[in-house]
Design a protein around this ligand. Sequence first.
Ligand SMILES: [Zn+2]
Length: 319
Amino acid sequence: MIRYLTLILILPLLLLAASCGEPNATLPATEHDRLNIVASFHAVQTFVEAVAGDLADVRTIVPDGASAHGFEPKAQDLLKLADADLFVINGLGIEGWADAAVQAADNATLVVLDTSDGVSLIPLDEEHDADEHDADEHDTDEHDADHDHGEYDPHIWLGLTTAQKQVENIRDALIRLDPDNRSVYEQNTARHIASLDDLLNTYRPQFEAVPNRTIVTGHAAFAYLCRDFGLTQNSVQNVYADGEPSAMQLASLIEYSREHRVKTIFAEHLASPDVSRTLADEVGATIETIYTLEAAEGKKTYLERVETNLEKILAALQP
Ligand SMILES: [Zn+2]
């Protein structure tokens, strides 16, 4: 909280400095040729770009290589909001910093869009989650103080049907802001939704054909993807990616992986690779990387990364 108060106090000074140096930076939103949109983190950025196409400038708060979990914006990051027309977030508490950021930006015309609106959500298993936090021995100040742990799993951008709803929400917000370009936003959105439908239609029958549909991931990011394709997820880290399993939890993961004949342990770039490695060694599995899209990972598009994930999971489940 102290950090946010500091931001609120110093942001007006930064804005003043920015406006002195660059007179054009203070143009009101109505004089922009293109919409000025800020996305919270990478996956949200890809959705905004898919819908807006060339009609908007899109900037992102969480930088490449940083995790969306436990991120804390600096004053400079929040300057982006000061002259934006629209701020798009995933929602469900993963951007625990967003409310304070909007307050600090002090932009009376800024529209904030929570893309989780109307999405079919998966509730978190409260008991399971509490256990993991009790076992969590690291410095909790860094992660827990500034980010809300909501009652639903926030990883909706990794599910294909949930991502479709997020894209529709972005389309509706853009049409409200810029009705002249309605048809462009509608076409772009229809194209993106059709691509996601193609993936659903291609991979659903293939997953239905495999007898064992259990996957083990680094952090529990794939519940919505699993729901789309009838899979079951277990994981080394919880949905917040904050904390490693206790010795007892690791032992039960090892037992679980053996019981379900798990041959591949999926690990993300930002998850704890040591524990995943220990688990893989114990059960004789290999480690395979998987995209969470929480940060930009290489040059692949959203759709390419989702398809790569589906290919790797399918390959891992072959008998
Ligand atoms: Zn995550």
